[in-house]
Design a protein around this ligand. Structure first.
Ligand SMILES: Cc1ncc(COP(=O)(O)O)c(C=O)c1O
Length: 398
């Protein structure tokens, strides 16, 4: 057995199930724990999926259909104001079956465990796949705490030079899960310069890039930042995008990786053996989704309505709330220990939220997720408001 399997931590939802075990709440259940979008998938995607079912008889290639890669290249140019042809569909884009598998696989492909101290830097709290991918690739995670004092953003100046020297890969998440905060262009550019100096690769998880507040700017992306500083070939940069959150299609398992052609070529090689090509009817459905913006605009409007209503409700109970610029999570401070808060909220009000400390690790004497909970505003508006009222009621009693 691979001994590194023993280094994996229990997944946050396993820990939540343990926390809820044996508790029998009275109220009807509301879950804000998992970031699974509950809005309707777009009709054009359903139609494209069904229309192409005859392709069941064909093997898809790992590289995917050229039309899908062209559609993605055009979408990237529109979304990030890149010139037409900024990205080559032939060499700089690969479809992936969701960002989760791709974020995992990239570490297996890139890490050279024969070098001294192979290290992967990641924010803390973080999407748990970064850590598992690192451990199974034979490297060590180096956790960069993000805290309220830093606006929940990674401060790259806090990483010592010797760690940058050992670093082979860094994971970024912007807009962040759980905070929804967006890394600024200047910080992305400083990191790209560092990557050049210290020879590492940047994997930017941008799966929440399309969920942002309508009255704010669209979050900047790593490729956009690279291009603006003259790195037109996107050297050392990879972005990971998904239809799961953008288009309410977590069941489709569709996303892409784009950026540095040299890395993409090696990733394609790796993936050919890994065997994770996207079914052809999923590729047709994905083309329909990337070509349609209307459902994405409606989605943003629906999340904005929920953020406004939920924050008003929580404030009416005297709770301080700040609406994040991106994503669909409220990352809330708790009046008591986060695990205890989540347990009471479940037992007394039957609302499931994720304790912040399940998303982070103790590091440098602190666990930055402590006394925070993550609430995914994925349920319909009335249910989110009902959840906020129950949270308010509980907070009054504490
Ligand atoms: C930060 C982050 N990255 C990646 C993913 C994976 O998304 P998918 O595999 O559906 O694209 C998630 C899912 O919740 C996430 O929160």
């Amino acid at each position: 057995m691979n001994p590194d399997l023993r280094r994996l931590q229990p997944y946050p939802f396993e820990r939540l199930a343990q926390l809820q075990h044996g508790v029998r709440p009275q109220e009807s259940a509301i879950t804000l724990a998992i970031g699974e979008p509950c809005h309707q998938p777009p009709d054009c995607v359903r139609a494209a999926l069904v229309n192409d079912l005859d392709s069941l008889a064909k093997y898809p290639t790992t590289r995917g259909l050229l039309t899908l890669r062209e559609t993605i290249a055009n979408w990237l140019s529109r979304r990030y104001q890149l010139p037409d042809n900024a990205l080559s569909p032939e060499t700089q884009i690969l479809p992936v079956t969701g960002t989760r598998e791709a974020l995992f696989a990239i570490a297996q492909c890139l890490i050279d465990k024969h070098q001294a101290n192979p290290t992967v830097i990641m924010p803390n709290p973080f999407y748990q796949i970064y850590e598992g991918a690192t451990l199974l690739a034979g490297a060590s995670p180096w956790l960069l705490n993000t805290t309220a004092a830093d606006g929940w953003l990674p401060d790259f100046d806090k990483v010592p030079d010797n760690v940058w020297d050992d670093c082979q890969l860094i994971y970024l998440c912007s807009p962040g899960n759980p905070s929804g905060e967006v890394i600024a262009q200047a910080h992305l550019q400083a990191l790209i310069e560092r990557a050049e100096r210290h020879d590492f690769i940047i994997a930017a998880d941008e799966c929440y890039a399309e969920i942002y507040r309508q009255n704010g700017p669209a979050p900047i992306g790593l490729l956009q930042a690279a291009k603006a500083m003259g790195n037109s070939k996107f050297k050392r940069c990879l972005v990971f995008h998904s239809l799961s959150k953008r288009s309410n299609l977590p069941g489709l398992r569709s996303g892409f990786v784009a950026g540095d052609a040299g890395i993409i070529a090696q990733f394609l090689r790796y993936r050919t053996y890994h065997g994770c090509s996207m079914p052809l009817f999923h590729q047709q459905a994905s083309i329909a989704a990337w070509n349609d913006e209307q459902h994405v605009i409606s989605n943003r409007r629906a999340y904005d309505e929920k953020f406004t209503a939920v924050s008003q409700t929580l404030r009416s109970f005297g709770i301080t709330v700040s609406i994040p610029p991106g994503g669909f999570y409220l990352w809330q401070r708790t009046p008591i220990d986060d695990v205890e808060f989540a347990r009471c909220l479940f037992a007394e009000e039957n609302v499931a939220v994720l304790p912040g400390s399940f998303l982070s690790r103790e590091n440098d004497g602190v666990n930055p997720g402590c006394q925070q909970v993550r609430m995914a505003l994925v349920q319909p508006l009335d249910i989110c408001i009902e959840a906020a009222e129950r949270i308010g009621r509980l907070s009054k009693r504490l």
